[in-house]
Write a protein that binds this ligand. Structure first.
Ligand code: ZN
Length: 398
C-alpha cells in the first residue's frame, strides 16, 4: 500500500514526499476531510514509505515504497512492529483487567470480529471498519500507546501510530492522548484521521500538522471503480455520481442493486405526481421502495432521485445534447418526463431533497422524510403545471 495505490490526493502526496526527502516528517499529523476519500490509506502508505528498505523516487517528484521488501509486506498486512493502527472498540468483557491491552479485554466473539475487520482493512485500506457497539476509542487503547511509546523500538525505521476516526476518542482518552502528544519522542509519528475535525479538542489539533485531504475528482473515482472492480463505464459513471467524491461511499453503494433502487424511487415519484387518487398509490409504492432500507440506502435513494431530476433539468433547460445526462441509460425516459413539466422549479426541488438527506443523517424518521419529500415534490411540480392537473394522463411520461 504505497502512494501509488492511493487514489488521487496528489497535493498531499507531494507535500508528504517533500517532508520525507528533507527529513522533516512531523511528530503528529491530522489528516482530515470527507469520509471515504483515503485518509487511512494515506496514513498507512506514509508508514510504509517511512519503513521501506528500498524507497523509490517517482518521476513526478514524489517518493514511494518498493512494495516488495519485508517491511512493506508486513505493513500491507497491518502486522508490523512499527505500525500501530488504533480504532474504536466495543467495551471489554466484565472480567477484563484495566491493565490488560485493549484487545485482551475483548470477548472472544468481538476479538474474532475485530481480526476479521483488520484483515479487510489490510486487503483494502478504503474499507471502513465497523464493529458492533464500537463508538469510542477507549482509554485502554491510549494507555497501550503510552506503553508502546516508552518501549525501545525493536526495529529500524519510524514508528507510526494511526488513530483512525480520531474524533471517537472520549474525553478521558483525549486527555490521556494529549499528554502523550506533549512529550517529545524520537522517531515516532502520530497520524490522526478524521472526517469530523471540529469534534477533536483544539488542544490536540494545535499539536498536529493539519493536512486537508480533497474529495476525489470524478474521473479518478470512476477509473478506480473500473480498474479495481471491473465495473463497466456506465455503472462506474452512475455510482461515481452518487458517491460525490468518496470512494468509501462508492464501495458501500457498489453492492446495492442500483438499477432497481433507482426504478423504485422514480416509480414513487411518478405515483406522487398522479392527477387523482395518488395518496394510496404513493403510500404503497413508497412502502415497497423503502422496505428493509437503512439510512445509508435511503440517502442513496434520495441521491438517485436528485440525480434523475438534475438530468431532467439538464434535458429541459440546459442542452439538447444527451452527453451531460448522467443516467445515460435513461435518456428517453428522462426527456419524456422533463417535457411533461417544462416549468418545473428544479432548483428548489433539488434544494429540498438536500435538506431531506440532512434530515435522514440527523436520524429523523426515514419513512416520514421520504413521504414529506414526495409531497413537496408534488407541490412544486404541480404548482407551475396547472394544465397538467386538468389534462395530464395518469400514466404520465412512462
Ligand atoms: Zn519496501
Amino acid at each position: 500500500m504505497g502512494f501509488s495505490n492511493v487514489i488521487a490526493q496528489q497535493r498531499v502526496k507531494a507535500m508528504l514526499s517533500g517532508a520525507i526527502k528533507s527529513g522533516a516528517i512531523a511528530h503528529a499529523y491530522c489528516f482530515y476531510g470527507e469520509e471515504g476519500i483515503g485518509k487511512d490509506a494515506l496514513a498507512i502508505s506514509l508508514a510504509q514509505i517511512l519503513n521501506c528498505n528500498n524507497p523509490i523516487s517517482v518521476s513526478d517528484g514524489t517518493v514511494d515504497s518498493c512494495g516488495k521488501c519485508k517491511n512493506c509486506l508486513d505493513i500491507n498486512r497491518l502486522e508490523h512492529p512499527n505500525l500501530m493502527f488504533i480504532t474504536a472498540l466495543p467495551a471489554g468483557k466484565s472480567t477484563a483487567k484495566l491493565e490488560d491491552s485493549p484487545l485482551l479485554q475483548l470477548s472472544e466473539e468481538n476479538l474474532a470480529l475485530y481480526k476479521e475487520e483488520i484483515s479487510l482493512k489490510a486487503e483494502d485500506p478504503y474499507h471502513s471498519i465497523s464493529l458492533p457497539n464500537a463508538q469510542t476509542i477507549r482509554i485502554a487503547s491510549i494507555r497501550d500507546i503510552k506503553k508502546q511509546v516508552k518501549m525501545t523500538a525493536t526495529q529500524d525505521g519510524r514508528r507510526v501510530f494511526i488513530l483512525s476516526q480520531a474524533e471517537r476518542m472520549n474525553m478521558e482518552a483525549a486527555n490521556a492522548f494529549l499528554k502523550t502528544l506533549e512529550e517529545p519522542h524520537d522517531n515516532i509519528t502520530f497520524i490522526l484521521t478524521t472526517s469530523k475535525k471540529d469534534a477533536l479538542p483544539q488542544t490536540i489539533l494545535s499539536r498536529c500538522q493539519q493536512v486537508y485531504c480533497d474529495i476525489l475528482p470524478q474521473t479518478d473515482l470512476a477509473h478506480a471503480l473500473i480498474d479495481k472492480h471491473g465495473m463497466s463505464i456506465t455503472e462506474a459513471q452512475l455510482i461515481q455520481a452518487f458517491a460525490q467524491g468518496s470512494y468509501g461511499r462508492a464501495l458501500a453503494f457498489m453492492n446495492e442493486d442500483i438499477q432497481s433502487m433507482r426504478s423504485d424511487i422514480i416509480d414513487v415519484l411518478r405515483s406522487a405526481l398522479k392527477r387523482k387518487h395518488y395518496r394510496l398509490d404513493l403510500m404503497q409504492q413508497l412502502e415497497h421502495a423503502i422496505a428493509d432500507k437503512d439510512r445509508t440506502k435511503l440517502e442513496l435513494m434520495l441521491r438517485m432521485l436528485a440525480l434523475w431530476l438534475r438530468d431532467c433539468h439538464y434535458a429541459v433547460n440546459v442542452s439538447d445534447s444527451n452527453d451531460g445526462i448522467m443516467n445515460s441509460d435513461q435518456v428517453e425516459s428522462i426527456r419524456k418526463f422533463a417535457s411533461a413539466f417544462p416549468n418545473a422549479d428544479y432548483h428548489s426541488i433539488l434544494e429540498m431533497i438536500e435538506s431531506s438527506i440532512e434530515q435522514i443523517r440527523r436520524n429523523v424518521n426515514g419513512s416520514l422524510v421520504m413521504f414529506t419529500t414526495m409531497m413537496a415534490c408534488r407541490e412544486t411540480f404541480l404548482l407551475n403545471t396547472k394544465e397538467f392537473i386538468d389534462h395530464a394522463p395518469t400514466d404520465l411520461s412512462r
